[in-house]
Design a protein around this ligand. Structure first.
Ligand code: AMP
Length: 466
């Protein structure tokens, strides 16, 4: 399998990806990164959840970094248009994370918040701007920004732009850009109108596509249980005690260390379990697999990579002890139960940090996973004590113990709590912004999605700049 190094990415990016625990490029990244580094135009058919943001963000960062120039005043070198402020915020956050070892500047602008701060932030120009179309057009209309010297232009979620009525605005914006630019268009589907636009906007593009994420197996009964990170072990034990039908369960952990920890805890509580992951010898893996298959072991705790390719029949349950950060992994994981026409059950634990992953999964699979009441009740059960060295902070979203996902020097930013705090007042919005630039409704109690569009007091921040 191709690695990020083989795709030609530079050292500062490789370093950032290693910190993020990105081990292998996703299929869309495998196909897109090299042609984009070569400066080719590209049309990509890919949904959110396939890793498409990194597929375009990494080459942009590298190309700008390797051809350093002064940032033009009130302008940018790379422009990324996104249909919603949530997506814009996520893209901008990813750019900041991937570019943390580069000295490039970035900003995000969208409607629904004061335009004045954005004008000030853009006065000296930025290397990369992520914007929603309506607000960008407003800024240009007020002479606070120009896009005639944009070198790289990305139109993300083009079909959603079409659905949201942005196409006219986009045509206007593209007409303002120089034809001497690299253009990248991503869309989940390719309706006629988008196909025509891409013919007009792009020159000799490379076409890449990833098969849509498989729909989740119909016969799998899916459940989600919200739980505090610290109570996950207790929850697992309780489920196993209460439900003897969980007799052959595949448990997924995001990290190897996490998998070992779960097994230790289960074994200490008298439950037969074995771990299978990359740090185990071939012998140990084979033994674990044999014990599980033959029924000597009630649970097999695995990481995604270790579980890939192993064939186990009649798994009664898949338990996502940690939710995966790639929605496709969720689909693959739960497909391991209910094989060959059998019914199966997939139970996923979801802590605060993982709520953004849950949203990604639900968006990608286009379904809401029913919430199951936690069997823990109000009284916590007493668990066998952990050895001292295991009482460390819980792994974060990237599977690293403790720490934050944000680059150095910037505090983690929170999303405003609930719909009340997250919606702009009507009078804060400019007339030309379509309604759809408002934040999308959040599922009650869904916590903070991964976008970072608010300051620590929960107020929306219009932009950031490194
Ligand atoms: P996207 O489709 O860009 O929204 O990405 C979906 C999720 O996958 C995001 O949470 C990314 O951080 C994560 N991701 C993207 N590429 C990789 C990779 N190569 N390895 C692991 N995670 C990734």
């Amino acid at each position: 399998m191709t690695t990020f190094t083989e795709l030609g990415l530079s050292a500062p990016l490789l370093k950032a990806l290693a910190t993020e625990n990105y081990e292998t490029p996703t299929p869309i990244q495998q196909q897109s990164i090299t042609p984009l580094l070569e400066g080719r135009d590209l049309v990509g058919i890919a949904q959110t959840g396939t890793g498409k943001t990194a597929a375009f963000a990494l080459p942009i960062l590298q190309r700008l970094d390797q051809d350093r120039r002064e940032t033009p005043r009130r302008s940018c070198r790379a422009l990324i248009l996104s249909p919603t402020r949530e997506l814009a915020g996520q893209i901008a956050e990813n750019i900041r994370i991937y570019g943390r070892h580069m000295k490039l500047t970035s900003a995000v602008v969208y409607g629904g918040v004061s335009i004045n701060n954005q004008m000030r932030a853009l006065a000296n120009g930025v290397d990369i701007l992520v914007a929603t179309p309506g607000r960008l057009l407003d800024l240009i209309g007020q002479k606070a920004f120009r896009i005639d010297c944009v070198e790289i232009f990305v139109l993300d979620e083009a079909d959603q732009m079409l659905d949201m009525g942005f196409i006219h605005t986009i045509r206007k914006l593209v007409a303002m850009m120089s034809v001497k630019r690299q253009t990248i268009l991503f869309s989940a589907t390719m309706p006629q109108e988008i196909a025509e636009l891409s013919k007009k906007f792009l020159r000799d593009p490379v076409h890449v596509a990833v098969t849509p994420v498989a729909t989740t197996a119909e016969r799998v009964e899916q459940k989600i249980i919200f739980v505090d990170t610290a109570r996950k072990p207790e929850l697992l034990l309780r489920l196993l005690k209460d439900d003897p039908s969980i007799n052959k369960a595949l448990v997924f952990s995001r990290t190897k260390h996490g998998a070992d920890k779960v097994v230790k805890r289960l074994v200490a509580s008298g439950i037969t379990a074995a771990a299978i992951h990359g740090n185990k010898s071939q012998n140990a893996r084979e033994r674990a697999l044999f014990d599980f298959k033959s029924g000597h072991c009630r649970l097999l705790v695995a990481t995604d990579i270790a579980a890939r390719g192993i064939d186990i029949d009649a798994v009664s349950h898949v338990i996502n002890y940690d939710l995966p950060n790639i929605p496709e992994s969720y689909v693959h994981r739960i497909g391991r139960t209910a094989r060959a026409g059998a019914d199966g059950i997939a139970i996923s634990f979801c802590d605060r940090e993982e709520r953004a992953f849950l949203l990604d999964i639900e968006r990608t699979t286009r379904q809401k996973i029913p919430v199951m009441e936690s069997p823990l009740g109000a009284v916590p059960e007493v668990l066998p004590a952990l050895p001292h060295d295991e009482r460390r902070s819980q792994p974060n979203r990237n599977g690293k113990p403790g720490g934050q996902r944000h680059s150095a020097g910037r505090p983690p930013q929170k999303k405003p709590n609930g719909p009340k705090g997250s919606g702009p007042r009507r009078d804060e919005r400019s007339a030309s912004e379509p309604r759809s630039e408002r934040p999308q409704g959040q599922r009650p109690g869904a916590g903070a999605p991964k976008s970072a569009n608010a300051n620590s007091k929960g107020r929306p921040t219009a932009w950031f700049k490194r």
